[in-house]
Design a binder for this molecule. Structure first.
Ligand code: AKG
Ligand code: FE2
Length: 351
């Protein structure tokens, strides 16, 4: 459903070129500010690096289980995606974001000037006058089901963009399935349990995030604290510029970036499906004054008509459901509505 926007936002990239100070609409309330960037702690124990080729071994499965129960995210290596494909796709998206405004606006996420839709290029809709905006622009494209792609929204420039995204998306989709099978196995469920819960035509979006440098990074957030609503996010982060942080026990930790590894981030839907055994992490992105940063999040969700609920095999008298059932369509609406207010939709479903 389209949301009416209060104002037509200028992409942050173009705004950043004009100002010495972030406009007040971007300035976070004191308690949400990144603080001194140095204060965010490095991880107490290294974030687990899981070798996807070894998921059938007990050691690797134990590492994955511990990562999912504590951080809710891990780094994946041996994921089967060529380093050159990852680099070429990041470079192509950088070229897209570097085009003049007029070219980028051809893919705008606003219809008739003000009606916001999920797909396309731009910033978040300004849904309330007191809504604090994120210091980023994004290009969001539906990639699954494949026959629902609106190719008109896929950039024509650079020419390689569409083929690269197509190839990358087919690889990350099979990664999704490998990881979901390993997760079901860890919980002693049928290996296909979570894949079945995705339904016959599950949805996926590619979200390219562009964070321009910010003259006062201590005042703004690239993306405010949130957890991802869908089942699983496969995140390709900038290989040179950090910024992603994950929260644990009220402390923010810098997520390390290791070239050519992918960050796998569990989403709220899977927290529900695992009845809370696996955690969907709260994370955010901080900016810096010197360098732009790019990331690509592949967000994997269930089919729109499906119901999100804990797997039956995890429930019994001693372990009742910890989340209310909800249709995916209602859940997504709720996530959108709650995000701008900084509230996690999943909190509203807890029993
Ligand atoms: O840019 C990043 O590293 C994270 C992006 C993110 O959290 C998101 O797109 O949901
Ligand atoms: Fe996220």
């Amino acid at each position: 459903m389209a949301v009416e926007s209060w104002t037509v936002p200028t992409p942050v990239k173009d705004l950043a070129a004009l100002v010495d100070e972030p406009p007040s609409r971007f300035v976070q309330r004191e308690e949400h500010r990144p603080g001194s960037l140095m204060l965010a702690a490095d991880m107490p124990d290294p974030l687990p690096i899981v070798d996807l080729n070894k998921l059938s071994t007990a050691d690797e499965a134990a590492k994955l289980r511990s990562a999912l129960q504590t951080w809710g995210l891990f780094l994946a290596t041996n994921h089967g995606i060529d380093a050159s494909l990852m680099e070429d796709l990041m470079e192509a998206s950088r070229e897209f974001f570097h085009q003049p405004l007029q070219e980028r606006q051809k893919y705008s996420n606003l219809r008739e000037g003000t009606r916001f839709q999920l797909e396309g290029y731009g910033s978040d809709p300004v849904v309330a006058q007191d809504h604090i905006l994120d210091w980023n622009d994004r290009l969001q494209l539906k990639v699954e089901p494949e026959d629902e792609r609106s190719l008109a929204q896929w950039p024509k420039y650079p020419e390689s963009f569409r083929d690269l995204l197509h190839e990358y998306a087919s690889k990350t989709k099979s990664m999704r399935d490998r990881i979901l099978r390993a997760m079901a196995k860890i919980l002693e469920l049928d290996e296909e349990e979570f894949i079945k819960q995705l339904g016959a035509s599950p949805q996926a979006y590619a979200r390219f995030n562009y964070y321009p440098p910010c003259p006062r990074p201590e005042l703004v957030l690239g993306i405010k604290a949130h957890s991802d609503g869908p089942v699983l996010t496969v995140l390709l982060v900038d290989r040179e510029v950090g910024g992603l942080q994950v929260q644990r026990e009220n402390t923010w930790f810098n997520v390390p970036f290791v070239p050519h590894t992918l960050v796998i981030n569990l989403g709220d839907s899977l927290e529900i499906m695992s009845n809370g055994i696996f955690k969907s992490p709260v994370h955010r992105v901080v900016t810096n004054a010197e360098k732009e940063r790019i990331s690509l999040a592949m967000l994997y969700a269930v089919e729109r008509d499906n119901v999100l609920q804990p797997a039956a095999g995890l429930l019994d008298e001693k372990r009742p459901a910890r989340y209310r059932r909800i249709t995916e369509a209602d859940f997504l609406e709720g996530v959108k509505e709650h995000f701008s207010k900084g509230i996690r939709m999943i909190e509203t479903l807890k029993i």
